[in-house]
Design a protein around this ligand. Structure first.
Ligand code: UD1
Length: 326
């Protein structure tokens, strides 16, 4: 009954490992520690240092740990970086996933959960956007993930496995028990950067784009708490275990906040004024993207427990302070 978590030392993966262990699952983490933090892996999980692109290693790990399900988080996730270095993204996301899928098919693993992204939609015609809407990614990050969804879809028709691909909207916050959080010093995500600015770790927060066609001119996103997202994966694991068919599902809360609204909440939570600077739009950023999350709710019976922006920010801020103190 072992679950293999790739990228289990990273931000979302480390929350996943805690959620699985909390539910009594056996876990093995595979990670090559490029940006992850070894200390974020729970003691009770096994750890293998290596890359999903190493097919011989993958086959050995899958066999030795009798892996039944793979949850695949490892990959690159920064939109502007993907615009500057697309080869890295097709290599770390699409190509590495191809190797992983090939390895688990040949090892007889029949269940797979994949970290996809809202970036597969691009600039949406309507919001909230549903899984039935057109996918038209506008950056290499989104394309590299969409190509992996296609690969999974084709491979699952030809081979004996089922998968759930989860299209994450904007993941933020940290474990409410304080066991892990977003630890990468160079993280680019809004809530992390805003917490760093509140604590004086970066001189200011840049607001990328104030001329979007939105209510206050700044970008609107659907922020989902990382622990709620980990819970969706745990439900996906049960769903596949019960014989559920392959699925692609949005993961968000169905409501959006602008950059300025997020800044207000971070100021309120931190009780500090946030130094900001208006800057041009960032390459590859759509103006608005909000999830229609009705399917994940109906398919899995998912009930979010941390769906308040203030809670998301409070947990992120608490984690950031702890990093500061370290
Ligand atoms: C993108 C993907 C998301 C994916 C994530 C993974 C899209 C639409 N979404 O999130 O699905 O999970 O990457 O990394 O492509 N911002 C600032 N200042 C900052 C940082 C961000 O103003 O210092 C703004 C951005 O312009 C954007 C919003 O805040 O409007 C959120 O940005 P960010 O947190 O970086 O995530 P996305 O790029 O939206």
């Amino acid at each position: 009954m072992t679950v293999l978590v790739t990228g289990g030392t990273e931000y979302i993966g480390s929350h996943m490992v805690h959620t699985l262990l909390d539910r009594g699952r056996k876990v093995v983490v595979l990670d090559y520690l490029s940006t992850g933090v070894r200390a974020n892996v729970a003691q009770d999980a096994s750890f293998v240092l290596g890359s999903v692109g190493d097919t011989a290693l993958m086959k050995r790990v899958l066999a030795e740990h009798a892996v039944e399900t793979v949850i695949h988080f490892s990959g690159s996730v920064i939109v502007p970086e993907s615009v500057e270095n697309p080869i890295l993204y097709y290599s770390n996301n699409t190509f590495a996933s191809l190797h992983l899928v090939n390895a688990f098919i040949h090892s007889g693993v029949k269940k797979f959960i994949f970290s996809s992204t809202a970036a597969v939609y691009g600039i949406t015609e309507r919001n909230p956007v549903s899984e039935k809407d057109e996918t038209n990614p506008i950056n290499p990050y989104g394309r590299s993930k969409l190509m992996t969804e296609w690969l999974l879809d084709d491979a699952a028709h030809a081979h004996d496995f089922r998968f759930v691909a989860l299209r994450y909207f904007n993941v933020a916050g940290a474990d409410p028990k304080g066991r892990t959080g977003q630890s990468t010093p160079r993280a680019t995500h809004l809530i992390k950067r805003a917490c760093q600015a509140a604590l004086g770790r970066v001189p200011q927060l840049e607001i990328f784009g104030t001329d979007f066609p939105t209510r206050d001119g700044t970008g609107i996103r659907d922020y989902i708490h990382v622990s709620d997202l980990a819970e969706v994966h745990a439900l996906a694991l049960e769903y596949l275990g019960d014989g559920g068919e392959s699925q692609i599902l949005n993961c968000g809360y169905g409501r959006g906040f602008s950059v300025r609204e997020v800044i207000d909440v971070v100021s309120k939570v931190s009780q500090r004024p946030l130094p900001t600077r208006e800057a041009p739009r960032r390459a590859g950023d759509p103006p608005v993207i909000v999830a229609d999350c009705s399917r994940v709710t109906s398919e899995f019976g998912w009930q979010p427990r941390h769906n308040h922006l203030e809670e998301i920010v409070s947990t992120a801020y608490a984690w950031e302070r702890r990093l500061n103190a370290a």
